[in-house]
Design a binder for this molecule. Sequence first.
Ligand SMILES: [Zn+2]
Ligand SMILES: [Zn+2]
Length: 452
Amino acid sequence: MRAVFKVTKNLWDKVHRDIVRPCNRARERVGFLSCKVTTSENGTLIILAYDYHPVSDEHYSLNSAVGACINEEAIRMALQVSLSAKCSMFHVHLHPHKGLPKFSSIDVESNCKLIPDFFGVTSHMPHGAVVFSFDKGEGLLWTSKESAPIPIDEFVVVGNPISIWWPRKSSSVQKPDRDFSRQSFLGAESEEILSQVKVGVVGLGGGGSQIVQQLAHAGVGRYAICDYDRVEESNLNRLVGATVSDAECGRLKTKVADRLIKGVMPDAEVNLVEDKWSGGLKSLSDCLVIFGCADSLKERDELERFCRRNLILYIDIGMDVHKSSESFRVAGQVISSIPDEHCFRCMRLLDDECLESEKRLYGAAGHRPQVIWSNGVLASSAVGIFMNIVCPWHDDLRGPIYQEYSGNGHILTPCGRYERSQKKCPHYQAEDVGDALFNKSDLSSLQQPHQP
Ligand SMILES: [Zn+2]
Ligand SMILES: [Zn+2]
């Protein structure tokens, strides 16, 4: 079993703000993270942290032998949170340095005593412990009261930028056999990061085909690509990678995108979802970022909801051609939705009214005009935003991004309708993460004999 631990940047910061405060009853502070979980197609367990519970000062017992000794009351409160929310609990403490922290033998020993108790209140969820440093972390996971702990393979702090690391880098990690020296400014680790991250692309028509092509050239190694459509002659004006013979035989767009990726990344892992994206949720659930090239606002709304639930960063592109009295106006947007930050509703891309009016017009819209050069600008910008989120090389564009595209003037500008504010997004709740139907049989199917 592979285990991934995800936390939003806001929650990560909250934990760190609390845990570094001095405590007069202990040398260090500890806390608990409430988490929900989900799984992916290949049996990866994804732990999604959503709330933090500090231990209050009076619940530390004076004990000079260890850094922090918490009393029965602190543990009772953590058990109560797990019981009421039916959630996973992860014990958290800090090693105050930069770089990868390591559990001490006392850390492991005390967690082996503490964590199995959580199965007494919430037996169908995994529980565990993490130790954070200022910028990294490692973790242990229990799948049952009796099981030996399993190390967490991957950590992700979801924000703009994203931090991702693998505490126990396996030697089997293969870098792509290509020369990426022309993009070395992305950082010494960028090749490895790009080869390991999984990216979803929903919609492989005009915009999606260019996103897939660019990701492959940039060195992204793992994909989930979704489209149920087949190539037609009318697609050839914009579908990068498609040929006349693809149109003649009606080849699936996923097959064209797969061929495009493998042409530059022969060892890439590509999950093909030849269905509506909602038919491939388990292929998408372990993506780090999903690109949406959806046709409708409704689909954007649903994709954003899915991404929020799984702490996935979502980047959406769209374009349209509007007819005014005497001419045509090409317009579009590239917009990002970062879990625990402003959503598409906060950013005024979506509201109930526009979803409702789209529903009324459904069927009357016909095929929307699409052109390769506008799709190209939007796809390139989306990939550029992604690259700076995953392999940051500048800080000019942080937080949620909403760029509007004028296809007549060939200009991208920050959207004037979106006013950044400190106000939290009221549309999504932190606890609405994970697979609500996750149960004990999911957990036992993930268990494997493990050599500690
Ligand atoms: Zn420690
Ligand atoms: Zn919102």
